[in-house]
Design a protein around this ligand. Sequence first.
Ligand code: MV4
Length: 447
Amino acid sequence: MFNKILIANRGEIALRIIRTCKEMGIPTVAVYSEADRDSLHVKFADEAVCIGPAASRDSYLKIPSILAAAEITNADAIHPGYGFLAENAEFSRICAEHDIKFIGPSPKAISSMGDKAVAKATMIANKVPVVPGSDGVVNSYEEAVKVCDTIGFPVIIKASAGGGGRGMRVVLEASELKKNFEMCRNEASTAFNNPEVYIERFVQNPHHVEIQILADQHGNALSLGERDCSLQRRHQKILEEAPSPLVTPELREKMGIAATNAALSVNYEGAGTVEFLVDDDLNFYFMEMNTRIQVEHPVTEQITGYDLIEEQIKIAAGANIKDYKVELIGHSIECRINAEDPAFNFRPSAGEITVFHPPGGQGVRLDTHAYSGYRIPPHYDSMIAKLIVTAKTRPEAIIKMRRALEEFIIEGIQTTIPYHIQLMDDPNFNKGSVSTKYLETSFEFKK
Ligand code: MV4
């Protein structure tokens, strides 16, 4: 096992990782920017090293500073959390070169999933279902016309280097293809320094269902079931739940096999998430694989009993998972509490939290780095807490979430708590029949 783990992150996830390390008896090193001096991850870690000014690129994204912090503290492993350097193949490679274990997959696994066209080709070769579309990258308008003639409209053009909703364009009819094809390539070229795009049939009103997997260094891969993340705004997830109200045991079985095959095809190591679109007829299609622990991992922990951070650390240290069994019990929902004002188009609401009263009770979990008197730095993500509830059934989980949200008092800033309370009362959410379009087209927040 590792002697000391450095956490290359901040906020709730840094705290989350420190908690598991403490339970495993592993000493921790926090790194922090000048804006995060008063953060809980700094207080709760065994050691803390300041790695630079507030701007992420000068601190949490600065590989030499993080490596230096690991070397002066003698850390032998680095946990990247999510965001920042978590899916940076170069960082994974540099850690290995310095004999520091990167808690996550190999540089090769990260980069082959980072290029979405390469990832899709790998899935096709391994019989994982994908949306019908171009055979890899489309390099000219003439080629794009040919592809669309076979698959029909509407289509979606996606940047190979995009992902998470970045660099995509929907095209409804042939007359719109030329303009969109060229714009998509130009935008990809500017945003990602890579103009390559590919084309798919556009799936209308899909559900976003993702499978949590674990894979070890010995060629074993395991599915821990799905999460439904259909409730999103501008590609930002708002609420996640497990299991998905849409997924049947048969579909879960099929998607689990597809997801573990996806992981095995790139010799994956650690925790990963394979993201699928599911249509109304329960057809599922591979979208992308996220090679990190995700924000919404707690809902899977709640219904499987596994501590996913502990599993990441054990796998990185060489553990074998072949005898692991997974049983899904109950229903779990996570609401992301952001320092944003839902009454004003979710504009950021920075400043000091004057009062912070957390909810509690049976089946309530709060993952947060916030506290009364905490000043939210304007430099980072607006998520300040994840409220997670677990109950035997989905209707009971919704009732519990509503109760917990009402008990959750945050003063001094605006938050998304009132938005979530309204969502808990929404008939379509209660029926479980909401697609990825729902929040933006059919749900209106009333102040
Ligand atoms: C799609 C799609 C419809 N058809 N691909 C957005 C994020 C990225 N992972 C893939 N995305 C989509 N790909 C085809 N062929 C619709 C989306 C999409 C979406 C997916 C999941 C969650 C929210 C979304 C919001 C808009 C579009």
